[in-house]
Design a protein around this ligand. Structure first.
Ligand code: SF4
Length: 361
């Protein structure tokens, strides 16, 4: 088991490492093993925050991290709800996307370590049997004159991995297709790989957990996760939009989106979930991102994803998570009194209301 297995636990090599270890999952879950706590956190974060990244990464070893993956799969299977599988697979894929894009870019800079922590694009293509289906654009001169470096992907893989619901630009009529290959830019290749991860994670879920001792040992965890799923109703929905009263972190993210800065996945998730949480609809949120480099169709897709069919939604990340991701900035006195950006905003609205009432007295 190594750090790379821990970062990409869905890779065949990582699964083999677990299989070859002397760890019996039945013994693991019936003990107080940290991998079980981390597995629980993995699923909690998937359901509540759209990521499986830990809020306390320093607490876990590579072993805990790797073994938490099969534990999480057992938990998701025991929850036995389509929404749990969907959101879990999506969160694993979103987290992997953040990690591999970072790894690939590091590799591009020639700074990649020779250790086993990071992956290269070729590793991913091999893992998903895409080596023969994806190639860099042949005409280097033509590629150099275009906006981004580009790849050609076989039509079959393109149609398998892309979804027209991702937006107009993904529809085949809007693509350059030649000799059975579709031209895509690097960022789009990364999106296809994210989808490949999502499918791989979702495959086989939920499965029947045949061992009653495992199900029994995880009873409390499964109950609490089912509760989270049921509770995901409009968390802190406020239905009043006063940008001046937004918490400093959200003002900062809004300002960055407004000047067209690229927001990381977690920052975009935090801002979009916050705006959804205070009652803004999809059109209003799309308007917020208008100046950003993000594709409108993509924003619509993500915003709709944040609300599921029942109209429930993801809660935006807590202050602790915002701190962990470096998104908590410019804190003020009110920040000392709350633990969640939505609570900040609710308190600010309340204080403003009280000020208005006092002024009228
Ligand atoms: S403390 Fe919370 S509300 Fe305040 S800036 Fe940080 S994340 Fe935002």
């Amino acid at each position: 088991m190594n750090a790379r297995h821990a970062r990409y636990p869905f890779f065949a090599a990582a699964r083999e490492a677990v299989g070859q270890s002397d760890v019996a999952l039945s013994e693991l879950v019936t003990s107080d093993d940290p991998a079980v706590s981390r597995g629980l956190e993995r699923v909690e974060r998937a359901l509540m925050a759209g990521t499986v990244e830990s809020e306390t990464p320093g607490e876990w070893t590579a072993r805990d991290e790797l073994l938490s993956y099969p534990v999480a799969r057992i938990l998701v299977s025991l929850i036995d709800a389509p929404a749990a599988v969907r959101k879990y697979a999506h969160a694993e894929a979103a987290t992997a996307y953040d990690r591999f894009t970072e790894d690939f870019e590091t590799s591009d800079d020639g700074l990649k370590s020779t250790g086993t922590t990071t992956v290269e694009l070729d590793d991913f293509l091999t893992e998903f049997e895409l080596t023969d289906d994806v190639r860099p654009e042949a005409d280097a001169q033509a590629a150099a004159t275009r906006r981004d470096d580009a790849y050609r992907v076989s039509l079959g893989s393109y149609l398998t991995l892309s979804d027209p619901d991702w937006g107009k630009r993904w529809r085949l009529v809007n693509r350059e297709v030649a000799d059975g290959e579709v031209r895509i830019i690097r960022e789009e290749l990364y999106e296809l790989l994210r989808e490949a991860v999502r499918r791989q994670v979702a495959e086989g879920l939920p499965f029947v957990v045949g061992d009653d001792a495992i199900a029994e040992a995880l009873d409390a965890e499964v109950d609490s996760l089912r509760g989270l799923l049921a509770d995901r109703k409009p968390v802190g929905r406020i239905d009043t939009v006063v940008p001046d009263l937004f918490p400093p972190c959200m003002k900062h993210l809004l300002e960055r989106a407004g000047r067209g800065a690229e927001l990381d996945h977690h920052s975009r998730f935090a801002l979009t979930a916050f705006l959804t949480g205070i009652g803004m609809d999809t059109d209003e949120i799309v308007a917020v991102y208008r100046q950003s480099a993000l594709d409108e169709e993509e924003i619509r897709y993500q915003t709709e994803y944040l609300r599921d069919e029942a109209g429930t939604q993801y809660a935006p990340p807590s202050c602790a998570t915002m701190v962990a991701y470096g998104d908590c900035v410019n804190t003020d006195e009110r920040c000392e009194t709350i633990t969640h950006p939505l609570a900040y905003y609710a308190r600010a609205l309340n204080d403003e209301g009280e000020r208005g009432t006092n002024a009228a007295d």
